[in-house]
Design a binder for this molecule. Structure first.
Ligand code: ADP
Ligand code: MG
Length: 667
């Protein structure tokens, strides 16, 4: 039982107390059997007049009951236990709760909930809670356990005194009692929509706890020391040798980063900018500053392909300025890996670029001053923290890059611990990508289009359908698509890229595509992040209806990187589900990454932005960031007041909500 409960997050008494009902059933009244109507959920009290096991294709239990007003009701059970036969014997008095349906012999209920009662037994005075549960944990058991927790747990209202005057709060115990056992006159809609004052109180508490926890984390960071990185000769040289001038947005963001690096506390900054906005150069500038100040820098990317692109570009920028750069990724031979690790550990490598391999145990840095994480949303919190290292006296600065915009509510809550800079401008000369929705029935036209574009000297991507099962299945599908496209376009050079190819082959294919010796690149979503070939101006996404919004936006960002007009064709298979239709509509209408993210959050909830599954981020159980946005604002204010006026209560409040749950808040 304990394991089953743990699987749905129920461990402590407090967990049970916060396990709130999905809905309620009204057993506080009984309805005359004659008054039942089709589809109505109701309770009837009656005496059993007949009970028979009958065959209607299969064994059924068929029970007739008559209430005091003389109305009759049939109860039907398609499966039943011997104990039920006893409970439902002729002459027994019962209350049956269920949904009424018109049957052959008048109104009936199929599988009603039945309770045997004594004559004159009182009706319950509160609505009956129906809890979310799991196999093997019966409602009745859960109800008793939760009621016990409600009695046993300390519900001392720590917020009432410091906050009650400015924020009208329902007392904590009253709020919990009300949600577990609402009075019959409670507004059912308000309960269902979680806008009942009791819901508001608990959501408010939860959001306050989150705000305070984040502030504690920030304060802990402020107590740590970091190297002061102020030497600016190398970054100036880099700026002078770049083939382009920074956009004013890049300048502004670089200025933020520069200021952070010069402080003696660790930076924790997220640079956020739509795909193609030029985040990499900001990372390179920061690395230059760390290196010239005598510290090492590390850059971690979520895929080998992307890490390699960074490596290629940054070597071009920094190697001529004398920087020693080391490559570290999973697929190196054991010997080369050891060599790279040694270079990091001895300090010979000034900048190390790679994948997750960077945070594996064998890797230690001599003097890591700056850790850069690209596409940060691809990594969990734990992975990010691992790169930060465990040296308690000196922490590296952290720079995170992301093309996934953070909606405001998220920025105020989960990510409140980060400072955020936004590159809200694309390099000059870019034109927005034109997006088209095309049914697969018109595939021929798309093929003709590719032919014409290649004839005009351009290149194209063909992205294969997303297959959730496994990378191997996806790769097999890509191989098939490659064969199909090659057949349809025999005169063109068609390349193939998928996750199962050996690393060296992936690199070779990318290089050929970049060098224009491949016209069309058939690929899986391995090209989703980072890939940068400005001459590719057409992207076809097959089975676009299977992709998520963020993914479609990222993929689309692979084109539109040069000065020529680019197109993204979303091939979809009919019929479309409602959500797929909605997603395609959004991506068609919106090219702004912020807007895409906002609507994605509305459709899916915040998990995706946070990589929550692997990260252990304190996801909210009760509040909803989109719907409760106003409450998030209020909770921010309340957290501030609480910390200022009653820090003891603040600490107790956080402990109550987070105890044993989120280790990383322990600091
Ligand atoms: P992202 O923000 O998606 O990571 P990148 O850093 O890969 O973007 O930059 C996209 C492309 O734009 C790269 O080829 C990069 O060299 C180029 N770029 C970056 N900044 C500028 C700029 N200010 N002017 C012109 N091109 C730029
Ligand atoms: Mg990038």
């Amino acid at each position: 039982m304990a394991a089953r409960l743990a699987a749905i997050g129920l461990r402590s008494d407090w967990d049970f107390v916060l396990h709130l009902p999905l809905r309620y059933e009204d057993e506080t009244v009984v309805v005359p059997a004659d008054a039942l109507r089709e589809g109505i959920e109701a309770q009837v009290e009656a005496t059993i007049t007949a009970a028979n096991v009958v065959f209607r294709g299969r064994r059924q239990l068929h029970v007739t009951a008559r209430d005091d007003a003389g109305g009759t009701l049939v109860l039907r059970f398609l499966h039943f236990y011997p104990s039920q036969l006893k409970q439902l014997a002729v002459g027994k008095r019962i209350r049956a709760f269920g949904t009424a349906r018109g049957g052959l012999a008048g109104m009936e209920m199929v599988h009603p909930r039945v309770r045997g009662i004594r004559e004159g037994e009182a009706l319950p005075s509160a609505l009956t809670p129906i809890y979310p549960t799991t196999a093997g944990v019966p409602q009745a058991w859960l109800r008793r356990r939760i009621d016990r927790a409600l009695q046993g747990v300390d519900l001392h209202d720590v917020l009432m005194e410091p906050l009650g005057e400015r924020w009208p709060l329902l007392p904590l115990r009253a709020a919990l009692e009300r949600l577990h056992h609402p009075p019959p006159d409670a507004d059912a809609t308000q309960l269902a929509e979680r806008s009942d004052p009791a819901w508001q109180r608990l959501k408010f508490d939860e959001l306050i706890a989150q705000q305070i926890a984040l502030r504690f984390a920030r304060a802990a960071r402020q107590r740590r020391r970091a190297p002061v990185l102020r030497a600016d000769g190398l970054s100036r040289k880099l700026l002078a040798t770049l083939p382009f001038k920074l956009t004013s947005a890049q300048q502004r963001v670089w200025h933020d980063v520069e200021a952070d690096l010069a402080r003696e506390h660790p930076m924790q900054r997220l640079v956020q900018g739509d795909v193609g906005s030029g985040k990499t150069v900001v990372a390179a500038l920061a690395a230059a500053r760390a290196i010239e100040s005598g510290w090492q820098a590390a850059l971690m990317a979520p895929t080998e392909l992307l890490a390699e692109q960074h490596f290629g570009r940054i070597v071009q920028w920094l190697a001529p300025l004398g920087v020693r750069i080391t490559w570290l990724a999973g697929r190196l031979t054991a010997a080369s890996k050891r060599k790279a690790q040694a270079a990091a550990a001895e300090g010979a490598a000034q900048l190390v670029i790679g994948t997750h391999a960077l945070i594996q145990d064998a890797v230690s840095f001599d003097r890591l001053g700056l850790a850069i994480v690209d596409e940060q949303h691809r990594f969990g919190v734990a992975q990010r923290l691992a790169l930060r290292g465990s040296d308690d006296t000196m922490a590296p600065h952290m720079l995170m890059l992301s093309a996934t915009p953070i909606p405001r509510t998220l920025a105020m809550s989960y990510l409140a611990d980060l400072d955020v800079s936004v590159i809200d401008e694309l390099p000059p000369g870019r034109q927005p990508v034109v997006t088209k929705l095309v049914s697969t029935r018109r595939r021929e036209e798309v093929i003709a289009r590719i032919r014409a574009d290649v004839a005009a000297g351009r290149q194209a991507y063909w992205v294969c359908p997303l297959i959730e099962e496994s990378e191997a299945v996806e790769a097999a599908a890509a191989v098939e698509t490659h064969a199909r496209i090659s057949e349809m376009l025999p005169e063109l050079r068609i390349g193939l890229l998928h996750g199962q190819l050996p690393g060296a082959e992936k690199t070779a294919v990318m290089q050929q595509f970049a060098a224009q010796s491949i016209d069309v690149l058939v690929a899986t979503t391995v090209i989703e992040v980072g890939v940068d070939v400005p001459n590719a101006t057409l992207m076809v996404i097959e089975h676009a209806e299977r992709f998520g919004l963020a993914q479609l936006h990222q993929l689309r960002g692979r084109v539109g990187r040069g000065a020529a007009q680019s197109y993204c064709i979303l091939l979809y298979e009919e019929p479309l589900s409602d959500t797929a239709r909605e997603r395609l509509k959004i991506i068609y209408e919106t090219s702004d990454g912020f807007e895409v993210a906002r609507r994605d959050l509305m459709m899916r909830g915040p998990g995706e932005f946070l990589g929550s599954r692997q990260s252990g981020v304190p996801l909210l159980r009760l509040a909803d960031l989109e719907r409760d946005a106003a409450l998030v604002e209020q909770a921010r204010g309340a957290a501030e007041v609480l910390l200022n006026t009653d820090p003891v209560a603040a600490r107790e409040h956080v402990r109550r909500w987070y105890e044993g749950r989120y280790e990383f808040l322990a600091a």
